[in-house]
Design a protein around this ligand. Sequence first.
Ligand code: HEC
Length: 145
Amino acid sequence: MNDYNNAMKIIASLYITLLILPIMAQAQDTNWQAPDAADTLQNQFTVNKEFVSLGKKTFKSNCTTCHGKKGKGNGPAAVALNPKPANLQSDRVQNESQSALFWKISTGRKGMPRWKSALSKKQLWAVVIYVKSLTKSKEELSSNN
Ligand code: HEC
């Protein structure tokens, strides 16, 4: 009888684990976190008008198909994607550090391409600053916020 109970307990916990795993995977989908180590990535380039223009140019040629002209996540390719391209003007994205955005854009995930080798380090930082400039002032762009 004890053996039977133990076996049932093991089966029950396996069953619960199997139920919970996909839920956990889904939670991870909606919540894309950069690792803590990404904090060490800091912009070394001077943030001026030219730098923001480089970011704008880079964004226009590489990002608008999915994220839309203003980064709202509504580019022409967005309909075909799941998860959807992020709204880069949302509080959620705008509250992320520049380091975290740099890491995510470099690394990619699912429908979001990995830009690390396609863009130079300068273009990557410029595009991070440009994304921030969609809602932030010049002064804020010079900090890591
Ligand atoms: C082929 C479509 C596509 C292109 C092109 C693309 N993205 Fe994305 N992007 C996505 C998708 C889809 C996601 C959501 C990925 C997820 O949540 O797993 C995403 C997510 C992001 C995020 C993460 C937001 C967050 O914190 O959750 C950032 C930042 C971002 N993209 C910036 C860019 C930039 C900058 C470019 C251009 C260099 C770019 N993307 C080009 C599809 C694209």
